[in-house]
Design a binder for this molecule. Structure first.
Ligand SMILES: *Cc1c(COP(=O)(O)O)cnc(C)c1O
Length: 280
């Protein structure tokens, strides 16, 4: 069998997992806050602007919740991950499905403008940064689940909207041991609000909260993987070059200041239904 997605976990991850187990402290603690600070550093944010959570789906739900998404018109692309639709459904938003661009896999933001959405969920599919206008009437949740490390103007994407989300599921750019996610924002108030929601235990008011926590065991693995991300990106780039050199017509951003990570290497076929000869 050819594995479809092989998680790249090595000796360092094994060792760190053992250390956490030996420490006797495995739930949300110091590893989680260290992972959060390292993510802030990665995105060029001050400490305190990231919260790690149990999955990318939880991160999407929490991002919508922090922007008061209930009953709002939330736009999402027709082609993405089921978790976008699930999160809008869970929050009780009005889902607006938007068409993708004919040039690539990403949503065309023009459609969000035409449909008067109030919040847009904007994933950068396959590692190709979505084009986002800086002038817009709606809030934006940037979804980096497939594009951690992709850049616009030399800076990692994720902060072009009001809030960004990451997934560290087993098949993504990096994994925090199988499941995991994060929210990031320039607006620390949103992150503090989400942390308060996540810290559900031993509270003395009557607000409703929910356990969306990541464990120290997961965070420790995530920290090792985050350090390896540049090497993962380079390796994926090498594969992309190999496919490109043999003449495949590969999909990439048309914009010079947009740098993709090769989460998936997608090639364009003239007649995908008629033949499978895709080398042009
Ligand atoms: C995987 C994915 C998610 C969800 O992340 P999970 O960690 O699997 O819940 C969200 N958005 C996109 C675009 C994804 O690919």
């Amino acid at each position: 069998m050819i594995p479809h997605n092989k998680p790249f976990l090595g000796e360092e991850e094994k060792k760190i997992a053992q250390n956490v187990i030996s420490s006797g402290f495995i739930s949300q603690g110091l590893e989680v806050s260290a992972f959060e600070n390292e993510l802030c550093h990665f995105f060029g944010l001050p400490d305190g602007h990231a919260a790690v959570v149990s999955s990318g789906s939880s991160a999407l739900y929490l991002a919508l919740w922090s922007l008061d998404g209930k009953d709002k018109k939330v736009g999402l692309p027709v082609y993405s991950c089921a978790s976008l639709r699930n999160a809008t459904g869970m929050i009780g938003a009005r889902t607006v499905f938007l068409d993708c661009d004919d040039q690539g896999p990403n949503l065309n933001v023009k459609h969000a403008q035409q449909r008067d959405v109030e919040i847009l969920m904007a994933p950068s599919m396959f590692g190709i940064p979505i084009e986002l206008p800086s002038q817009r009437k709606f809030k934006v949740i940037e979804d980096l689940a497939q594009s951690l490390g992709a850049k616009v103007d030399g800076k990692p994407i994720g902060l072009r909207g009001d809030i960004g989300i990451c997934s560290f599921y087993a098949t993504k750019m990096i994994t925090s041991g199988g499941q995991g996610g994060a929210v990031i924002s320039r607006d620390k108030k949103l992150i503090d609000k989400i942390k308060d929601y996540r810290e559900f235990d031993c509270r003395d008011d009557n607000k409703l909260r929910f356990n969306f926590q990541m464990t120290d065991l997961q965070a420790a693995i995530g920290r090792v993987q985050l350090k390896k991300l540049p090497a993962f990106i380079n390796q994926r780039e090498k594969w992309f070059q190999i496919y490109s050199e043999i003449g495949l017509n590969l999909i990439d951003s048309k914009l010079k200041n947009h740098t993709s990570v090769r989460y998936r290497i997608v090639h364009r076929c003239k007649n995908p239904k008629k033949n499978n000869k895709c080398i042009s």
